[in-house]
Design a protein around this ligand. Structure first.
Ligand SMILES: [Zn+2]
Ligand SMILES: [Zn+2]
Ligand SMILES: [Zn+2]
Length: 422
């Protein structure tokens, strides 16, 4: 996996706050979604000229949820916005398995424990009063387990247990994202408004949906999907949404999340590293600090491997319209250490031009057209016709030995790379 804790977050951020309210991109977004064709669906286009390095927009997801194994393994995150809750030092200590580790410059850690809050009924933790309130107003009244948080026979716990047993790390999705969708509609006064929000996400044919479910659940997917549907129904049935609980509707919901879910990664440690990088230090201290951080990451990799971040996924209305290119002109990141997605221009983009991100990580992008197409077809069910692919259309349709070896990786790992390359 290409993502390291250092990739997770840029500068800025800080305590809680400012992440309540409804979904959507911030005011002044320099892009809008437009319908391209029935074959290509929607795309994202610049509404004004954008300079390289500019933020195209910052977007809040309509729903987001931490991955279940990630949470179980004590990657502590805000139950609403996924902000990491450990201090940078605690984060380093856990990832190193070494409780004596001390970090220099502790004042550069952005975690504000004094702002953290718990749900008084079930004790899940939020980074701020705003997040607790947003969650309560949107979905948590339906999903709060109250005193049953540890009760394995509670329908929501049975559902999560079943999901964990079907979907091991590296994780790419969570059944709780779907549960939050249902809970959001159940709680809403204006149910039709929310149903419309969710219906904007790209939909697939029944055959394509089956491929996506197969991809997420493996070869025994039909039986597993039915088991999940029964548990999902037991935990969450609502007559306003009865279609989502039918076998066809449940498969569609599953495919919607599988196709549109965007990976989110947050890390206290990487926030601290970025803040340290920005410090104005005399040369000897700078070299010493850089060497310390390099060694820290090496030690963490030995102990924890690739699993450095709090990870989850979310549904973003605008970002989900962004098509793939093997030579993208924009990229997504989570520099605020929470679920706020920043789309940043990698090139100058003219007004009217399509804005594309890459669904492949940088290593995958450097592979042959044949290899790229194989990954995109298997994970995203389309054939890329970006300028790079068109230019390479006449290349021999074979891969080098080295690339064939690369393809021995599991497909889940490839999907995971994309999902969490933050
Ligand atoms: Zn939060
Ligand atoms: Zn609660
Ligand atoms: Zn391409």
């Amino acid at each position: 996996m290409a993502a390291s804790a250092g990739d997770a977050c840029g500068g800025g951020g800080g305590g809680g706050g400012g992440v309540g309210g409804r979904a959507g991109a911030g005011a002044g977004a320099a892009a809008e979604a437009r319908f391209i064709s029935s074959a290509k669906g929607k795309g994202l286009f610049a509404t004004k000229s954008i300079r390289k390095g500019d933020t195209v927009f910052v977007e809040r997801p309509v729903v987001a949820s931490q991955f279940l194994w990630n949470a179980l393994y004590n990657y502590r995150a805000c139950d609403h916005c996924l902000r990491a809750l450990e201090t940078a030092e605690e984060n380093a200590q856990r990832l190193l398995g070494r409780s004596s580790q001390v970090l220099p410059h502790p004042e550069q850690c952005s975690i504000r424990k004094d702002l953290h809050q718990q749900c008084p009924q079930c004790q899940v933790t939020y980074c701020s009063a705003e997040c607790r309130q947003s969650a309560w107003e949107q979905y948590h009244q339906v999903l709060c387990l109250g005193p049953s948080r540890e009760d394995p026979t509670h329908p929501l716990n049975k559902l999560q247990e079943a999901w964990r047993n079907m979907h091991y790390p590296p994780e790419t999705s969570s059944i709780m994202l779907m549960a939050r969708m249902v809970a959001t509609v159940k709680q809403a006064k204006d149910k039709d408004w929310w149903i419309k929000v969710f219906s904007q996400f790209c939909s697939k044919t029944a055959n394509e949906e089956e491929e996506i479910v197969h991809k997420l659940l493996g070869d025994k997917f039909k039986g597993q999907l039915e088991l999940l549907r029964l548990l999902f129904t037991e935990a969450l049935y609502d007559e306003h949404l009865s279609r989502w609980f039918t076998p066809e509707g449940f498969q569609s919901l599953f495919a919607l999340v599988g196709t549109n879910g965007q990976g989110i990664g947050t890390s206290s440690l990487s926030q601290w590293v970025h803040a340290c990088d920005a410090l104005d230090l005399p040369m000897p201290q700078r070299e010493q600090l850089d060497a310390f951080i390099d060694q820290l990451y090496k030690d963490i990799e030995k102990e924890s491997g690739e699993f450095l971040n709090c990870e989850g996924s979310g549904l973003y209305v605008l970002q989900s319209c962004c098509n793939h290119s093997c030579i993208p002109n924009a990229e997504t990141s989570f520099p605020d250490n929470n679920f706020l997605l920043h789309l940043t221009a990698l090139e100058d983009i003219e007004a009217g031009e399509e804005i594309c991100i890459s669904y492949l990580d940088c290593c995958q992008r450097d592979r042959s057209r044949h290899s790229r197409h194989k990954i995109l077809r298997e994970n995203y069910l389309f054939t890329c016709s970006c300028p790079k692919c068109l230019a390479q259309a006449d290349d021999a349709d074979v891969t080098s030995d080295e690339e064939e070896e690369g393809e021995g990786e599991t497909d889940d790992a490839e999907l995971e790379d994309e999902m969490t390359d933050v």
